[in-house]
Design a binder for this molecule. Structure first.
Ligand SMILES: [Zn+2]
Length: 177
């Protein structure tokens, strides 16, 4: 069941990498998708479709395939209370499907991770994961600036209009990732 707002999807033709924000789960010293547990080896992921779209068609317009990223920072509180959720920033490139609150991309690469406020095991794990990927681990307030060293935010004019209430929109909750 796919709850994306298909009718509003647009596919801008872009050259610069786009910046986005999302979360991962700390898993085995690396980072994995929150949605399906898929690993992000080397901090990268190329989209695959489990509904039959080939590599040349991902992300497909009427599908849920693609690597997900939000336009805006994921609230710090959505990772803070958990032992294993980590926020961070990506750049997305290749084919893009733009939605109201975020986009689905063909390829993505982690460019920064968000440092938890808490001391202790989780903070050390995030720092180690960032070092392994060769990306900075920065406080929430610095994440957007760190991301913008690598790409641009998709211009609001290129995003579908926000026609759904946030509560009704999968992107406003915990979108697939
Ligand atoms: Zn698909």
């Amino acid at each position: 069941m796919n709850t994306l707002e298909h009718a509003a999807g647009v596919a801008p033709d872009l050259i610069v990498p786009l910046v986005g924000f999302r979360q991962w789960r700390l898993a085995g010293g690396g980072l994995a998708s929150v949605y399906d547990g898929a690993p992000w080896p080397e901090g990268r992921l190329s989209a695959r479709c489990d509904r039959g779209h080939g590599a040349a068609d991902v992300p497909a317009k009427d599908c849920s395939c693609g690597v997900y990223a939000y336009y805006d920072l994921v609230p710090r509180t959505s990772s803070a209370a958990t032992a294993d959720l980590v926020g961070g920033a990506v750049v997305v490139w290749g084919r893009i499907e733009a939605h109201m609150y975020g986009l689905r991309g063909e390829h993505a690469r982690i460019v920064a991770l968000e440092l938890p406020l808490s001391r202790g095991r989780k903070r050390r794990a995030v720092i180690e994961a960032a070092e392994r990927l060769g990306v900075p681990a920065v406080p929430h307030r610095s994440l957007k600036a760190a991301a913008l060293e690598h790409g641009e935010v998709l211009a609001p004019a290129l995003r579908p209009k926000k026609t759904l209430t946030r509560a009704a929109n999968v992107w406003a909750r915990n979108g697939p990732a």
